[in-house]
Design a protein around this ligand. Structure first.
Ligand code: DGL
Length: 269
């Protein structure tokens, strides 16, 4: 059956599990195949050309599972590869930039929005472009925060060093008077308490995972691809990685919010 095909999701590593968490909440009946490119993470400091190549390979892997929709859960890959991917592949493809940008435009009152992400995401200008396309009057202030990813992977969510670095990166944005900030990287939602401490509670933290899940449902509805709910059937969520699975399972549970089982290593990506 067309509708019983799984949803494919990929990220450079484990960060995209925040998207898996929201998709399973909103679409609990859907099977999911997740691919984390742990052998080649991080994508954040890599060139556009390399990230595009990796993204094409990741999609070719997911297509082997006959997926019906592919969610590019990685902000860096969404920023630089999505237009090329859409040209290459016919399957419905959803990135994380548009949903995050739309949410920012809906939330900001003073029309001053901050965007934080990896070096490649910020350099691409993808968020700024998307926000401006939605609302030309919104001022966008961007900052790359390259040290946040390794700090999260180290589990230093609330470490004094993380706080120091957060002040360094975010103070200039705060000085601009932003009232909202897009957490434009899969890892940043885990730093929400620290980011909130630095920016103050009046700055809204925009985490696009929920929006991405809602958009996924919309795309499936529009394409008549929603799987019917069947109480007796439990949805299958499968995890594949390109490097050893133990660390992914251990650390990934922090992103997913529940223990992670059945992670398999694949070597053909
Ligand atoms: N997944 C990446 C992103 O959202 C962060 C990790 C990396 O640099 O690969 O931009």
């Amino acid at each position: 059956m067309k509708t019983s095909r799984p949803i494919g999701i990929f990220d450079s590593g484990m960060g995209g599990l925040t998207v898996v968490k929201e998709i399973t909440r909103i679409l609990p009946q859907e099977d999911i195949v997740y691919f984390g490119d742990t052998a080649r993470v991080p994508y954040g400091p890599k060139s556009e050309e390399t990230v595009i190549r990796f993204s094409i390979e990741n999609i070719l892997f997911l297509l082997k599972y006959n997926v019906k929709l592919i969610v590019v859960a990685c902000n860096t890959a969404s920023s630089v590869a999505l237009p090329t991917l859409k040209k290459h592949f016919k399957i419905p493809l959803l990135g994380v930039i548009e949903p995050g940008a739309e949410k920012a435009v809906g939330i900001t009152k003073n029309r001053k929005v901050g965007v934080i992400g990896t070096k490649t995401t910020i350099k691409s200008g993808a968020y700024k472009r998307n926000i401006k396309e939605n609302a030309a009057d919104v001022n966008v202030y961007s900052a790359s925060c390259p040290l946040f990813v390794p700090l999260v992977e180290e589990g230093w969510f609330n470490h004094p060093i993380t706080k120091k670095i957060a002040y360094e990166y975010l103070d200039p944005l705060k000085a601009k008077g932003i009232d909202s900030v897009v957490l434009g990287c899969t890892h940043y939602p885990l730093l929400k308490p620290v980011i909130r401490q630095v920016l103050g509670k009046n700055v809204a933290l925009i985490d696009s995972a929920k929006q991405v899940a809602q958009q996924s449902r919309l795309i499936l509805e529009q394409n008549n691809l929603i799987r019917k709910r069947n109480k007796s059937q439990v949805a299958k969520v499968r995890f594949f990685v390109s490097d050893e699975p133990e660390n992914f399972a251990r650390q990934g549970s922090k992103f997913l919010g529940v223990p992670l089982h059945d992670v398999r290593k694949v070597s053909n990506v």
